[in-house]
Design a protein. Structure first.
Length: 94
């Protein structure tokens, strides 16, 4: 083997080593970013603020509701009844 052939073989081996190392480094960086994004998503999912619920009939202003852990099984209504409305059909402006 000549020196040029041997140098060519060594350069090819180093080229492959550098390519595999660079690829492995990119895979590791990608996995780290995926783990970080996953942890952030879990953190934001667990630490969500309590939601606000409102009821409205379109006529009265919205009423803030209290969230309950179970459905209302009592005979009492939780909201006061809606005020009586005129049964006049309203025209939608165009």
């Amino acid at each position: 083997m000549s020196r040029e052939t041997w140098a060519l073989i060594k350069n090819k081996k180093n080229f492959n080593v550098h390519i595999y190392r660079r690829g492995l480094l990119l895979v590791i960086i990608s996995l780290l970013l995926s783990v970080i994004i996953g942890l952030l998503m879990f953190y934001f999912y667990v630490n969500q603020p309590e939601r606000d619920y409102y009821a409205t009939s379109g006529i009265t202003p919205p009423i803030k509701l209290k969230s309950m852990l179970a459905p209302n099984a009592s005979p009492n209504a939780l909201l006061p009844p809606d005020p009586p409305t005129d049964d006049v059909q309203r025209v939608i402006p165009q």
